[in-house]
Design a protein around this ligand. Structure first.
Ligand code: MIG
Length: 793
């Protein structure tokens, strides 16, 4: 099978009869025997389990769903003539021999006639796309946000190894991440379908056959979770509640990261830190790619180049810069190398069917692969990794090549549990279990700390353990453009903490592309500049003073808004909303269905970055300055243009021209942005003083600001508080009230209001936990967040 191929629907056998067997329904016919059960999982979530009697090993191997939500309450089938109905508080499901109908929160969906089938181990569910006008989610995908008319192969691969020329394309499939989750939209109602099967599967949304949505598994049990809306936010939150939300990261992980494949000596890292300081750029972490190792042996350092890694990293940490090292799964097969020897002694490596150690060909040559699905192997891995992190004073772990990439060696021979379990049961989950084992290493070092992990490959649920970056993109405008829908869909698919290689990995970046990429990515959840060896260096200062100044503006915007981003992460942990969102998440109307070249950060900030370069799109010259133009859809209401410092009326499309140092960024009327105004010293940030930027032109605003220590896991035990902040317009007065509650000490943060765009406002009253202060506002203040001219009252 090559990529993109599927089974023709006419090759599936179709059940002809339906029978009840306890709480299950059996659908059978020549060549097909399926057992279907319905259970109530949680409010707004039902599960249909499809077991195929033809499958050799009818076991659910997926680790996607939170363990406490795997049971559910069986729904009783009710037989009516040729159909069976399951009715629960969440919705209703009706099955006939070869057809499925369902209705959840006002969203009705049914398969086509003969829409259920089996072909050997494979299962087909073929839904009619009647009335469906949008499709989202699907994990990490190329192309556009709306997947209607598109097709997704759910198989994790090392993209560049299996497709040449990806740098020139924006339509490859599969990718590094497999998440078989579809969100269907009909008018203003949404429905989620999560096909939980860790094996390879294909989702074809009207691509091969317009009007039909095919789900095809290639074996194993499929749990179809039906997730009710009616809104997109409800579907997204419910999916995140089902598969888990990201724990809070350490604050430093939300800063700017610098990486490149080929930093290779301690001197180079020291020089980098000095260059950031000299360029007046904050940076929160420097990253070690594979060249720090001794001959690519895991958990070692090349001691010639890095004589004392711990001393180096402590020196960086003293300057507020954290250290992240890459860790691949492939262990060099070399007797005498301690990691190999100890893993072999523990039988920690994957084996072939006959019990040989499975061997692949990666960086260190012949390599073996830990069987992370086994607890004993995870334990071994966590121990070794913890020692490595402690001894080298390393702060974060970067998991690469875990798709898994095995070089010319096929993966099919790599089996699990000492050769007993076929490869495909865990292929898509290899990275997931690696992330579990690696997070356990951090837990050993500091059970109350916040680990930071980044992984290339992932499946549904991996967000509980690690952030995800979108792999090897290229330095071109097409890939910059593609990064927006890709990250947005990942966020809708539970992976809130994600981002692309800023500047592009393969090929050479140029000044303008590098600037625009930093602007587009500076408010993404994960913000890292990374490039491939031999490509043109692309650290922020590499292209001269103008581009450096523009990139500095983007990076500073990131740091200024870090309190806001942190609040978005906190809200994600509580509710499951993504950090960055398509406009569709908050606004209804046909104009948002395909809108994916602008996005929202939280619910208050709209970013509409320039995504084309000089000569490749509309361009104007104003007062001798070249500007790139684009259209921007501003939803109804007033919006404050942070770039120009003025209010604009929404409900229209703007033609907006931006000079090289301008990122079109808007805040909606009625919003409060927590803002860091202190000194920018890498990851050092004293958030005990926070400005509250109040955008109240016509609308009052309110928000919840979460208070916690920002570094421990206390929040997960309830040690956090909420400052409820209300800003109310009252004639020429603005009344701001802050009331703190919850499990955190009061008055640990000093809030300072900054008012935007109320020239007529004369007075501000601020009440904090019952204490009132009054301040006079100067008339005609003009504030300008991006350029840091915001005026305090
Ligand atoms: O075969 O470690 O996606 O970010 O720089 C390439 C070297 C292996 C692939 C990763 C990339 C990383 C590179 N790795």
């Amino acid at each position: 099978m090559f990529f993109g191929q599927k089974i023709h629907p006419l090759n599936f056998d179709v059940p002809e009869t339906l029978a009840l067997a306890g709480d299950a329904v059996e659908l059978s016919g020549p060549g097909v025997r399926l057992r279907v059960r319905c259970v109530d999982i949680a409010e707004g979530c039902l599960r249909l389990r499809f077991e195929n009697a033809q499958s050799v090993d009818p076991q659910q191997y997926s680790d996607a769903v939170l363990p406490e939500l795997r049971e559910g309450r069986p729904a009783a089938p009710l037989r009516e003539a040729d159909t069976v109905r399951f009715t629960t508080a969440t919705g209703a499901v009706e099955l006939s021999a070869a057809q499925l109908r369902l209705e959840l929160a006002g969203f009705a969906l049914e398969t086509v006639a003969e829409g259920i089938g089996a072909c050997g181990d494979s299962l087909l569910l073929n839904f009619a796309l009647r009335g469906v006008d949008g499709c989202y989610g699907f994990g990490e995908r190329t192309r556009r946000l709306n997947k209607l008319g598109d097709s997704a192969d759910c198989l994790t691969v090392d993209v560049v190894a299996v497709f040449r020329h990806t740098y020139a394309r924006d339509d490859y499939d599969p990718t590094y991440v497999a998440i078989p989750f579809a969100i269907l939209k009909t008018g203003e109602r949404f429905l989620g379908l999560f096909f939980d099967n860790p094996g390879r599967a294909v989702l074809d949304v009207g691509h091969s056959q317009p009007g039909e949505f095919w789900y095809q598994s290639f074996g194993g049990v499929t749990d179809l979770y039906l997730i009710a809306g009616p809104t997109l936010a409800e579907v997204t939150r419910r999916y995140a509640a089902l598969t888990g939300r990201a724990p809070l990261p350490p604050l430093w992980a939300l800063g700017y990261h610098q990486c490149r494949w080929s930093y290779r000596s301690a001197a180079e890292f020291r020089h980098l830190a000095a260059q950031f300081a000299a360029a007046d750029l904050p940076v929160s972490a420097l990253w070690y790619d594979i060249d720090y190792m001794d001959g690519f042996r895991l958990l070692t350092w090349n001691r010639q180049a890095f004589p004392d890694p711990a001393a180096l990293n402590r020196e960086l940490q003293a300057a507020g810069i954290r250290a992240v090292t890459i860790v691949d799964p492939g262990v060099k097969r070399e007797p005498g190398y301690a990691v190999y020897d100890s893993g072999r002694a523990r039988q920690a490596f994957c084996q072939t069917a006959s019990g040989r150690e499975y061997v692949g060909k990666v960086w260190p040559g012949d390599t073996v692969f830990p069987d992370f699905t086994q607890e004993s192997a995870r334990d071994w891995w966590a121990g070794g990794l913890a020692d490595f992190l402690r001894e080298g004073a390393v702060d974060g772990v970067w998991l690469d090549m875990n798709d898994p990439a095995t070089g010319y060696s096929r993966t099919d021979e790599m089996r699990f549990d000492h050769g007993a379990i076929p490869h495909d049961r865990y292929h898509n989950q290899y990275a997931h279990y690696m992330a579990i084992a690696s997070r356990a290493a951090s837990d050993r070092l500091d059970p109350n700390g916040r680990p930071f992990l980044l992984t290339r490959s992932a499946c549904a649920g991996t967000q509980r353990y690690s952030a995800v970056w979108t792999g090897d993109n290229a330095s071109n405008w097409k890939h910059l453009r593609m990064a927006l829908p890709c990250s947005l869909n990942l966020g809708l698919s539970g992976v809130a903490f994600n981002g692309p290689d800023v500047g592009g990995f393969m090929d050479d970046a140029g000044a303008e592309l590098l600037v625009r990429w930093h602007q587009a990515g500076c408010l993404f959840p994960f913000f890292r500049n990374h490039a491939m060896r031999h490509s043109r260096p692309q650290e922020p200062w590499q292209f001269g003073p103008d581009s450096l100044a523009a990139i500095r503006g983007a990076i500073r915007t990131r740091y200024r808004l870090l309190p806001y981003l942190y609040q978005c992460f906190f809200a994600h942990w509580r509710e499951g909303d993504p950090i960055i969102r398509p406009l569709l998440y908050h606004y209804a109307g046909p104009e948002y269905v395909n809108l994916d070249d602008q996005y929202l950060v939280g619910d208050a900030v709209l970013a509409a970055p320039i995504l084309h370069g000089e000569g490749h799109g509309p361009e104007i010259i104003r007062c001798g300055v070249k500007m790139q133009e684009r259209s921007i859809l501003l939803p109804p209401g007033d919006w404050f243009d942070l770039n120009r410092g003025e209010w604009l009326e929404g409900g229209c499309t703007l033609h907006y021209a931006a000079a090289l140092d301008e990122l079109p960024l808007f805040v909606r009327d009625g919003a409060i942005l927590p803002y860091y105004a202190g000194p920018l010293r890498n990851s050092f940030m004293d958030l005990s003083a926070v400005e509250l930027h109040l955008f109240c032109r016509e609308r009052s605003a309110q928000c919840d600001y979460f208070l916690d220590d920002r570094e421990s896991r206390g929040y997960a035990r309830g040690d956090y508080g909420v400052a409820h902040i209300v800003a109310e317009i009252d004639g020429d007065r603005l009344r701001v009230e802050i009331a703190e509650s919850g499990g955190y000490p009061r008055d640990t943060v000093r809030f300072t209001p900054v008012v935007y765009g109320r020239p007529e406002a004369r007075e501000l009253t601020l009440t904090v936990n019952g204490r009132m202060e009054r301040r006079l506002l100067q008339a005609g203040q003009r504030e300008w967040l991006c350029r840091e001219l915001a005026v305090q009252v």
